[in-house]
Design a protein around this ligand. Structure first.
Ligand code: ADP
Ligand code: MG
Length: 161
């Protein structure tokens, strides 16, 4: 299989961001084994990290809202046969809090971890399979996926099929 380590996508508006989340999770669901997948979501405040997460989570059948887990640090979703952990570490003042919450257990097999503000948890988080960079492009966004390993490359390949 040809592998791709980079992927760029212009995202015109909020709906397009949700649609991209749907495509991304669809690719992830096609992975041929079900080890955990870790996505780092990078971008300034308001870039669309939570909107992308909402697209992913609602595509798996979640009906309600997806709020940014700013105060709780993590929100859990059990959908189909998947467990999704959506982290927002923006308010994390001491990385030790992550130790207290048993952060390592979140990166177990068969979980999908979406993490906003990863730099706040530096050293304590699992390494990403895929880094998602979102940048402002006037009112739209430029999204970039960068594979960090073979699994990340596989996801991009599945996405571009
Ligand atoms: P973050 O989690 O990165 O801080 P949010 O997803 O919470 O950002 O907020 C993104 C905001 O930007 C939302 O209000 C959304 O409606 C708006 N928006 C405008 N254009 C886009 C776009 N192309 N993609 C995603 N969000 C967009
Ligand atoms: Mg957010």
């Amino acid at each position: 299989m040809t592998t791709h380590s980079h992927y760029r996508q212009y995202i015109a508006d909020e709906n397009a961001m949700c649609d991209f989340g749907k495509k991304l999770i669809h690719a992830i669901c096609q992975l041929d084994n079900d080890n955990s997948v870790v996505l780092y979501l990078n971008g300034d405040l308001g870039a669309g990290k939570t909107t992308l997460s909402r697209g992913i989570i609602q595509a798996l059948g979640h009906q309600g809202n997806v709020k940014s887990p700013t105060y709780t640090l993590v929100e859990e979703y059990y959908l189909q046969d998947k467990t999704i952990y959506h982290f927002d570490l923006y308010r994390l003042s001491d990385p030790e809090e992550l130790e207290f919450m048993g952060i390592r257990d979140y990166f177990n097999k068969n979980t999908i971890c979406l993490i906003e503000w990863t730099e706040k948890g530096a050293g304590l988080l699992a390494k990403p399979d895929l880094i998602v960079n979102i940048e402002y492009a006037e009112t739209a966004r430029e999204l970039e996926l960068i594979a960090q390993n073979a699994r990340g490359e596989q996801i991009i390949t599945l996405l571009t099929k």
